[in-house]
Design a protein around this ligand. Structure first.
Ligand code: MN
Length: 206
């Protein structure tokens, strides 16, 4: 009797520094109109929707995953995140952000192009911001809520890699009135700083 496992076949991937992955399994897209409640300055976001339209594409995520899923919980999802530049009041453009549904799952983010910040928070109130420019990376430990922020004026593109069983909990941030910190413009040029989010009510783990 054979004891060899069923295996996935290796797939070559071509990853573009401008974002995108040839050989991807899926693309996830977010439009300006999807970002209701995400930005502290709701009026500024509404003005952007009025000026640019709710159907303007603002970020997208391409990934590759083995659809058969025969690899078990150690399988990897690999992809690129592309977040276009923008400002809503003083706040820079962000992704919705999440905690992994299996919270101890870690994730690599490696900056391919543009400039930005990985905003990182824990349920118990720790807050960190890691600046990312091409060649810089962050190894996000488990139990850290994470969100990409574009602090530049070009697309902010990162390569990511995480465990295939991690999943994403998006409600945690929304239920807390947003993340604890905002990444806002600091003076001229591409300066940024963290400022407390007055809408944040604390995280309530489910
Ligand atoms: Mn993640």
């Amino acid at each position: 009797m054979s004891t060899h496992p069923v295996v996935d076949l290796p797939v070559p991937l071509l990853i573009s520094p401008e974002g995108g992955i040839e050989g991807r399994s899926r693309r996830y897209e977010k439009f300006l109109g999807d970002m209701a409640g995400v930005y502290h300055d709701e009026a500024a976001w509404q003005a952007s929707v009025a000026a640019r339209g709710a159907d303007e594409l603002i970020y997208w995520v391409d990934d590759h995953r083995y659809q058969d899923g025969v690899d078990g919980p150690g399988a990897l999802i690999i992809g690129t995140s592309t977040l276009l530049p923008g400002r809503y009041g003083s706040e820079f453009a962000v992704t919705r952000g999440h905690l992994h549904a299996i919270a101890d799952r870690a994730e690599l983010y490696y900056c391919l192009s543009g400039r930005g910040v990985m905003l990182l928070e824990t349920i118990d109130g720790q807050s960190e911001a890691v600046e990312l420019t091409p060649g810089k990376a962050v190894n996000v430990p488990g139990h850290w809520i994470h969100r990409s922020v574009n602090t530049g004026d070009e697309p902010f593109v990162t390569l990511f890699c995480y465990a295939a069983d991690a999943g994403q909990d998006y409600a945690l941030i929304a239920d807390a009135g947003g993340m604890k910190s905002l990444v806002v413009a600091d003076g001229d040029g591409d300066g940024w700083k963290l400022t407390p989010n007055p809408d944040h009510t604390g995280y309530r783990p489910s």
